[in-house]
Design a binder for this molecule. Sequence first.
Ligand SMILES: C[S@@+](CC[C@H](N)C(=O)[O-])C[C@H]1O[C@@H](n2cnc3c(N)ncnc32)[C@H](O)[C@@H]1O
Length: 220
Amino acid sequence: MTSKNPEKIRKMFDSIAARYDFINGIISFGTHKYGKKQAINDLPDIVPDAKILDLCTGTGDLAYFLKSRGRVTGVDFSEKMLVRARLKVPEAEFIQCDCTNLPFEDETFDLVTMGFGLRNIENANLAIDEVIRVLKPDGIFMHLDFSKTNPAGDFIFDMFVPFLVHVFYNNTVPYEYLVKSKQEYFNPQELVDKFQTRGLKYVTQNFYALNMMCATVMKR
Ligand SMILES: C[S@@+](CC[C@H](N)C(=O)[O-])C[C@H]1O[C@@H](n2cnc3c(N)ncnc32)[C@H](O)[C@@H]1O
């Protein structure tokens, strides 16, 4: 199992922050933006002017698409990723903190999202329990990540990512970690089981970007 030591993960994301968006565009052939946008568009209706929390917000891609749905707060423990997020989404508030120990009162948010984040967290259960704690009753949680349901796509992705990163960027270690952590991660059904075990209720699952990405929508 790949090490998810929080300090190691934080430093790794700090080290790739400046090139994160550029490399994401290359390794997904531009499809990651489309998948993220669609996942937000497909969310169930929430109250107008909703309070929204984007966990592991990174450079703020999801926060950008969420801003039309309410007041967005993004959190991440990599300050260098947050510097980019603040430039991309000046309308949102961004706070540096660990998703396993959120600085918010119980039952604060109508919607919590997390894109490509939980996979990197050593104690995933703690992060899920924090999601449940800060969600209002009936609040929505949307988890987005690789789906592992397109074997041909996964094969090509796993083969070409290290190669593409090598061509466009000199730091391949984080992207070798990306491939490994993807392979070791939960499949969509395992995720639903995990969220249900912690106490969330199933709403729906949607697939994007040639089924490479899966949005799992749950309710408190
Ligand atoms: C792969 S990036 C995803 C960024 C963004 N959500 C996206 O979809 O592009 C994962 C992010 O999670 C953050 N992260 C990982 N573990 C974290 C934790 N325990 N607390 C806060 N942020 C964390 C990293 O710093 C990184 O910015």
